[in-house]
Design a protein around this ligand. Structure first.
Ligand SMILES: [Zn+2]
Length: 134
């Protein structure tokens, strides 16, 4: 005779087929040792044994996939010579892409004009380690 009210808990005791009894490390009830399984949990890219031997009847937790590390696939190979739309020269009203002498739709003069429009680009930044000038 066995049951949850019995001193042997949920373990079955048989004099003809003796088996080891173990205590579930979560609920504390007795089970056959063969019914106690290790609890695993996601840790990084693999499962980690939590060294808890628990019953599968009430205590086993399904490993949580949100604890698994997301592995992002590598970036795709870049396109050789992508030919993007020349928005900078279009907005400036400069040369158009139909200009036969410019294969990219913009000239080197346009690039230098764009760089000159950046405010304060030629001013030197203050030295953050120079405390004497403050
Ligand atoms: Zn249990």
């Amino acid at each position: 005779m066995s049951g949850p009210w019995h001193p042997t808990g949920r373990a079955r005791v048989s004099p003809r087929n003796p088996q080891a009894i173990g205590v579930c490390q979560r609920c504390g009830l007795w089970y056959q040792r063969s019914e106690l399984v290790p609890q695993y949990e996601w840790a990084g890219v693999k499962m980690q044994n939590l060294e808890l031997y628990i019953c599968t009847r009430t205590c086993y937790d399904i490993p949580q996939h949100q604890l698994k590390t997301i592995i992002i696939p590598p970036d795709p190979m870049p396109v050789y010579r992508p030919f993007p739309e020349p928005f900078a020269s279009d907005d400036a009203g400069g040369t158009t892409i139909t200009d036969a002498s410019s294969p990219n739709g913009f000239f080197a003069e346009d690039v230098t004009e764009e760089a000159a429009r950046v405010d304060g680009a030629d001013e030197a930044l203050p030295d953050p380690n120079d405390f004497a000038s403050r």
